[in-house]
Design a protein around this ligand. Structure first.
Ligand SMILES: [Zn+2]
Length: 1145
């Protein structure tokens, strides 16, 4: 080995230049990392490096120089560009010049296996190391190093690859003077794109935009250096960041605090960081104190003096778009208890790292008319500040959704500087908005075309009408043949990607043979194949309200892997022998071949379970064959489930809705709440059982690297909100363990049978308090940490959905590897990847991220369709004729009953279960004015409104308000506020109380916006029980209108008492005291009991899976990333197919 000294000059923060001498050990075994390597074995195998490899199919390799890497990194990030060789030369220089973001971006490209790009250690390679000549500039030396590298690749690969040096500074003649130039071409980015991507407009647009941004930056730097050396804040109120050394010292001495800055989604004026354990959360108020930090940046904060500390806001924001903005982070979503206590408050004094992303934005209205080429754009996500971009022809951007990126934020600039990347389409166009959702959640845009690369599709088996796929006889002989077993699947209607099927039969002695059969995806998708890499990158199939984006090519997901009926399919099976009490006697795992007898739908299975002999859509023979299996399955799974519940398994809630689309115009014809069926629970239990058993099995074989799924127990303090809420209804909840919690919730449910919505909300709150379930590598945690709190299982994983989740595919491979090994510990047949705990941990982290983003995209898409639905319902046909944009007053009324789900300082949130919509009701206006509609004061308010009265449009202003955060809010109406209404209507109360869980009548409305998504809000009409009371009592006597008699409070309280299992004699007693209230009492009580019974008949109110029974913990996942306490309620289950409207793409 040869030792050499490399000399580098490094510019420090203070602009002085330091000479650095680095000793380099030169080697001659640096691998080329090309699949075209002619050596035997290829040089990357000889030294065992873990890296992507340059591809063999495409033999133009790109080597960007420093001018390209530094300023056009975004272009290099575009997925069209593959086979890039990143030289050590440029990476080292990026590091030495503190360009860590750029450095990381390039590393990221090299890490993505689909990009076929590598890092080549040219500075360590004997043949490519270049010494700096006397008087030679760094730029020139580095350029020579790249040319040497290019020449080396030519030689090493025997000329089989063309090398393109990308440079904005050097030209072809700069190579001529140095080396043999055969096969080495120097191109500018413009030349390169013109030659190789002439029709890819996105790349050309991006290049033009980047060039403009660079020009701008250069101009700015020139003016700055010519005018003043010291930058001033220029009236922005921002301050220069403190030097890094001071920041680091400050954090160490606890004078400063470091953390990720999160902007509150519902109050963008407020941000916070998590300080250390002592100080807790630190609030940052206003843009001056935020000092140019953007959501997600790692910042350093200095505390303000105590007199300046503030309390986090407990108001509902008056900016409707903020109310609905997703916070997308865990901290914000935790069940934070809202209080009025002041918190440590600080200001940002430095930034450790930026978290700038591509943002979807819209040109500020009217900006395209303004002269000059600078324009402000408003990001769709309101927690991101406006961004200043340069565009030569802003008119083409008007009313478009565009993608922008932030480049810099100088201290003297009110807004960050950024640049335009590309346009995605007209704002509020459905496809545009869906694309925006995908971009905002980092879901690769190429998925909009379901784009699997040609290489990946080439790996796929052929299955066409002319050449149908048939099972290979040799493969069949290696599998357990289960084709003579009665196997069936149960899924939502029209399910295309059938992951799982079931078999069950009695085998004598009271024993049962029970099998779960899962699509054998790992047979078709080989590890590290292109399809595998693509699936790993995607992580999961993404289900949106009207379309889905598959993880695997359709030939697998809908055909060869999908367990369709009447055809042979490969499966991975788990077969148990159970005794009559459903205890497991033996377990068998292995590859099998099955032939499903029937693709059943949930409704059909439920029909058979309910005793029907024939159900719609199935012939009599099939029904006769399957009915005993379905009945036995239900009988068996009930026992298994009961045992798991007894151990503390939780039955949680999420309110799911699905959209029904009109065939004519794609409009939404209805939003349907999902009907819970017992058969959902049964399938779910079967899948939980399989997942649990497989988790244990793979852990036996992979102690250090089993892909498991855990759900840590919740943090006790997160339950505060739940406890307070339950207490307000007179219940107490024990949260000391999952079993205690499950029992408490069951008890609440039993005691308040007449209040199904209350129980739903309560369970939702319990879910919100919990941690997120996540994938882990077993080696990274102690065994005691593997447990799944919600399911009450010690081991859990995902095995049952390999068509749509990558984790399951990994688990299948690990299981196969375990089964092939002769002893449990022997895993020699498995790849390095499956055994590598560290690698598994990385994959788990990536899948957790992909999962979360996919769920958030799903939630955004539901919200989008909910707003479209409200738009449809409230759009006045007359207003459309008159030219569209009309004031809200013109909207058609859209009234619904909802439940008060969260109390805030200035109003409350209402959840409308019918549509799964949640929105704010403001009692106090931004001006401070407190008002209430006349209809809410009148005893027969809702009834009057329904009868055509407009009392809900008559506002009584000048009220007073008292809020008990979390549980109730009271509005007092002084007699003078009533004015003429007092005289004309005697039955008016002067105190209205709204409590958590009260039922209210609201009108749904839409706040329209160009730059943001439309948002739903609500206006109050009245308490819902009122109308019931009046209607049933038939008299208005109860509200005699005497002074401050709390009519509403009274009836509300009575209703709640009913929830506390009011005894019949108590009803009588109350009726004697106030006879007019008795009918309400009894009626509600009886109705409630009936509802409860009905629910039970339907198969239990706890079944939440409608479309997808196989993922019981989905509900936890949904709960985490919500912006606010009750947002979970808006979450919904994924569904594969929406009625007859399959994904158009
Ligand atoms: Zn080689």
């Amino acid at each position: 080995m040869l030792r050499k000294e490399n000399v580098h000059f490094r510019k420090t923060n203070k602009n002085t230049v330091v000479k650095r001498v680095r000793e380099v050990y030169l080697r001659n075994d640096i691998p080329c990392l090309s699949t075209q390597c002619p050596k035997e074995p290829p040089c990357h195998e000889a030294v065992k490096v873990e890296s992507s490899l340059l591809s063999a199919e495409q033999n133009d390799y790109l080597i960007p120089d420093y001018s390209v890497a530094l300023r056009y990194v975004e272009l290099l990030e575009q997925e069209e560009l593959t086979n890039i060789i990143f030289t050590e030369t440029i990476l080292q220089r990026l590091q030495s010049e503190d360009k860590s973001r750029t450095y990381k971006s390039l590393r990221q490209v090299a890490k993505d296996p689909r990009r076929r790009s590598v890092v080549f250690s040219n500075e360590h390679c004997k043949e490519t190391n270049v010494l700096r000549e006397p008087e030679e500039s760094i730029e020139h030396r580095d350029w020579r190093a790249l040319v040497q590298t290019a020449a080396w690749y030519r030689r090493h690969l025997h000329g089989s690859a063309n090398i393109i040096l990308l440079s904005e500074e050097f030209k072809q003649e700069d190579v001529l003077r140095i080396d043999d130039t055969t096969g080495i071409t120097v191109m500018s980015l413009k030349e390169y794109l013109t030659k190789f991507w002439p029709k890819t407009a996105v790349l050309h647009e991006l290049l033009a935009s980047l060039k403009e941004a660079i020009l701008e930056e250069d101009l700015e730097n020139q003016t700055q250096s010519s005018t003043t050396s010291k930058k001033t804040s220029g009236g922005t109120g921002y301050q220069e960041y403190k030097p890094l050394s001071e920041l680091e010292a400050g954090v160490k001495s606890e004078r400063f605090f470091q953390g990720v800055m999160r902007v509150r989604a519902n109050h963008r004026d407020q941000a916070f960081i998590r300080g250390d354990a002592n100080i807790g959360e630190i609030v940052i108020v206003g843009s001056e104190h935020r000092n140019r930090a953007v959501h997600g940046d790692v910042v350093v904060v200095e505390l303000l003096s105590k007199s300046s500390w503030v309390a986090p806001s407990t108001h509902i924001s008056y900016n409707p778009e903020e109310v609905h903005a997703a916070a997308e982070d865990e901290e914000e979503s935790s069940s934070r208890v809202r209080t009025r206590e002041v918190k440590p408050t600080g200001r940002v004094v430095g930034i450790m790292s930026r978290n700038w992303q591509p943002y979807v934005a819209t040109l500020q209205e009217g900006s395209e008319q303004e002269a000059g080429s600078f324009h402000l754009v408003l990001p769709l996500n309101p927690i991101i500040p406006k961004i200043r971009i340069r565009h030569h022809d802003a008119k083409v951007l008007a009313n478009q959704r565009i993608v922008v990126r932030i480049d810099s934020w100088p201290v003297n600039s009110q807004y960050p500087n950024g640049h335009y990347v590309r346009s995605i389409g007209p704002a509020h166009d459905l496809d545009t908005e869906i694309s925006a959702i995908l971009i905002e959640h980092g879901i690769s845009v190429s998925q909009t075309t379901q784009g699997f690369s040609e290489g990946s599709l080439k790996e796929m088996p052929v299955n066409t009408p002319e050449r149908p796929w048939i099972a290979d006889p040799a493969e069949l002989s290696r599998r357990r043949d289960l084709r003579n077993h009665t196997i069936f699947s149960i899924d939502p209607p029209n399910c295309q990607d059938i992951d799982d099927a079931i078999s069950i039969k009695e085998i004598g002695n009271g024993q049962i043979e029970f099998g779960v059969h899962i699509a054998d995806v790992s047979y078709f998708v080989r590890e590290n194949s292109l399809t595998d890499l693509e699936a790993r990158a995607r992580g999961t199939t993404v289900y949106l309200s009207d379309r889905r984006f598959d993880m695997l090519p359709k030939v697998l997901s809908e055909q060869l892997c999908s367990l369709r009926h009447h055809v042979d399919r490969y499966a991975m099976s788990v077969m148990w022998t159970l005794d009559s009490e459903a205890n497991v006697l033996t377990t068998w795992y292995g590859r099998s071949v099955i032939r499903s007898a029937c693709e059943m739908e949930y409704e059909q299975a439920q029909g058979l379970l309910n005793g029907k002999d024939v159900v719609p859509g199935l012939d009599a023979k099939t029904c006769k064959q399957l009915k005993p299996s379905v009945v036995l399955l239900a009988k068996t799974m009930r026992k298994v489930r009961a045992r798991r519940m007894a151990k503390g398994g939780l039955e949680l809630e999420s309110s799911e809705v699905k959209f029904k689309f009109k065939e004519e115009d794609g409009g939404i014809s209805d939003i349907l709440p999902k009907q819970p069926l017992e058969v959902h629970q049964i399938i779910e239990e079967a899948m939980v059982m399989a997942n649990g058993y497989v988790a244990q099995r793979i852990y036996q074989g992979f102690r250090e690297s089993a892909m498991l799924r855990h759900h840590p127990p919740p943090i006790e303090s997160h339950f505060k909100m739940l406890l307070r809420a339950a207490e307000s209804k007179g219940f107490s909840i024990d949260t000391t363990s999952n079993l205690a919690l499950a029992n408490s919730l069951r008890e609440c449910a039993a005691k308040s049978e007449n209040d199904i919505e209350f129980i739903k909300l309560l369970k939702t709150m319990a879910t919100m308090a919990m941690s997120e379930a996540s994938y882990i590598s077993s080696g990274s945690f102690e065994v005691s940490k593997y447990a799944h709190y919600g399911l009450a299982l010690d081991f859990y994983t995902h095995f049952t959905s390999p068509i749509r989740r990558y984790a399951d595919l990994v688990v299948h491979r690990q299981l196969m590897s375990c089964l092939l090994g002769s002893t449990p510990q022997t895993t020699d047949n498995s790849s390095d990847f499956l055994k590598n705990g560290l690698k598994m941990e990385q994959v788990a982290g990536h899948l957790n991220y992909k999962n979360r983003e996919s769920k958030l995209a799903q939630k955004d898409s539901t919200e989008l369709f909910q707003t479209l639905y409200v738009l449809q319902k409230t759009r006045n046909p007359a207003a459309i004729e008159n030219g569209g944009d009309d004031p809200e007053a013109e909207d058609l009324p859209f009234m619904e009953t909802g439940i008060v789900s969260e109390i805030r300082e200035n109003g409350f949130f209402v959840f409308v279960p019918r549509f799964g919509i949640r929105g704010p009701v403001y009692l106090k206006e931004k001006s401070g004015e407190i008002s209430i509609p006349l209809s809410a004061l009148k005893q027969s308010g809702a009834a009057a409104a329904a009868a055509g009265g407009n009392d809900h449009l008559v506002t009584i202003s000048g009220c007073e308000m008292d809020t008990d955060l979390m549980t109730q809010i009271s509005v007092k109406v002084p007699p003078q506020a009533l004015g003429s209404h007092a005289a004309s209507l005697p039955n008016i109360s002067t105190l209205v109380q709204f409590r958590l869980f009260d039922k209210v009548k609201v009108a749904l409305r839409l706040k329209k916006s160009l730059a943001h998504r439309h948002t739903i809000y609500m206006t109050l009409i009245g308490l819902d029980h009122q109308s019931t009371a009046t209607a049933s009592s038939g008299t208005g006597k109860a509200g005699s209108g005497r002074g401050a008699t709390p009519i509403k409070g009274h009836s509300g309280r009575l209703f709640k008492k009913a929830g506390e299992q009011l005894k019949q004699d108590e009803v009588k007693r109350i009726a004697q005291q106030d006879p007019s209230l008795a009918p309400l009492q009894q009626r509600d009580l009886i109705q409630g009991i009936q509802e409860g019974q009905q629910q039970q008949k339907k198969g239990g109110k706890n079944s939440r899976k409608q479309q997808q029974a196989a993922d019981p913990e989905e509900v936890y996942y949904q709960s985490r990333p919500e912006s606010s306490l009750y947002n979970l309620i808006e979450s919904f289950d994924r569904f594969r197919i929406v009625e007859s409207n399959e994904s158009p793409s």
